[in-house]
Write a protein that binds this ligand. Structure first.
Ligand code: SAM
Length: 304
């Protein structure tokens, strides 16, 4: 498991409450960052302040394109109100993704309007399925191009996000784009979730775990639940879910959790935009027995 030195600098370097974010704090981040990322430091200063204090930088936020103006409207259906700076960050992430995708295969979705709906809005549906406090530490397993983890971090800037992916090229992208966007409290972990779940620094540490398009529901439960605090929620994005439920229930019972909700997108007001999708919420109810998560070889050998 390799923790990104890049993001440790940006995310771990500043210990402060988001509610008292100041331009001075942002400047301190940049001083930290400048030691390793001199070329992006100035751009970062502007974007960090823009995200934390939009009222100071309104003139710096570029005009929003039609697909992302639509995203602002659609996101409000699931209770997400995006500032101009947050929307600009979403749009910038989309642009960077489209550009990087010409060199490295990160996503099959490359049209800005589709990225707005199928990546960002789909990620934001997590806000409609649990009560968020703004203090959650989030772990996103199999982040890929950054969904849902990076999207949630942009929309919900009080939380921290640990992004986990076993693919080095995805992790390099995640590190670089988080720096480009000036997002702090983001860490990138290149490795398998089942290995991270055995590490003291990560096991039982996160309030919310997310996984989209990463494996079966049962596998996602085994990846996510060991990483959660008791009382924490795993949220798994799925298309059809019925066939996977018996195995998922067995996995949840063994690992210390319960499937508490299966939420169709139609029930949270976005069924027309994201048809046939479900969010499965799994609550951790007791500490995970030490034999879980199993190794990836064992998970393959003995599926739930
Ligand atoms: N979550 C993203 C999305 O929905 O766009 C990416 C989905 S992509 C199909 C699956 C990603 O999960 C890949 O980037 C892969 O490397 C990663 N992955 C699969 N199994 C994993 C595991 N056990 N631990 C960490 N990453 C994993």
């Amino acid at each position: 498991m390799t923790e990104s030195p890049t993001l440790t600098v940006t995310a771990g370097g500043v210990k402060r409450k988001p509610s008292i974010a100041t331009a001075a704090a942002a400047a301190r981040v940049v001083v930290d960052m400048a030691k390793t990322h001199a070329s992006v430091a100035v751009a970062m200063t502007i974007r960090r302040i823009a995200i934390d204090r939009p009222e100071r930088t309104i003139g710096l936020v570029p005009a929003i394109s039609a697909p992302f103006a639509a995203l602002a409207r659609d996101a409000s259906r699931v209770g997400v109100v995006l500032s101009a700076a947050q929307l600009a960050a979403c749009e910038r992430l989309a642009r960077e993704l489209i550009d990087r995708n010409t060199k490295v295969n990160l996503t099959a979705i490359t049209d800005p309007a589709e990225i707005a709906t199928k990546h960002f809005l789909d990620s934001f549906t997590a806000f409609a399925v649990r009560r968020w406090t703004g203090r959650e530490h989030l772990v996103d397993v199999g982040s890929g191009a950054g969904f849902p983890g990076l999207a949630l971090r942009i929309a919900f800037h009080a939380s921290s996000a640990a992004l986990v992916d076993s693919a080095g090229k995805k992790c390099r992208w995640l590190e670089e784009v988080a720096v480009t966007l000036g997002l702090d409290r983001v860490t990138v972990h290149n490795g398998r979730a089942e290995a991270l779940g055995t590490e003291r620094a990560h096991r039982g540490r996160y309030d919310v775990g997310t996984a989209r398009a990463v494996g079966s529901l049962a596998d996602c439960i085994e990846y996510l639940v060991p990483l959660l605090v008791v009382g924490g929620d795993a949220i798994v994005w799925k298309g059809k879910v019925d066939a996977e439920l018996p195995a998922a229930s067995r996995a949840a019972a063994a690992i210390g959790a319960e499937v508490t909700a299966i939420v169709p997108t139609s029930s949270i007001g976005v069924g027309d935009l994201l048809p046939g999708r479900h969010l499965v919420v799994v609550k951790k109810t007791r500490p995970t027995p030490s034999r879980f998560p199993r190794t990836s070889a064992d998970i393959r050998r003995r599926p739930w």
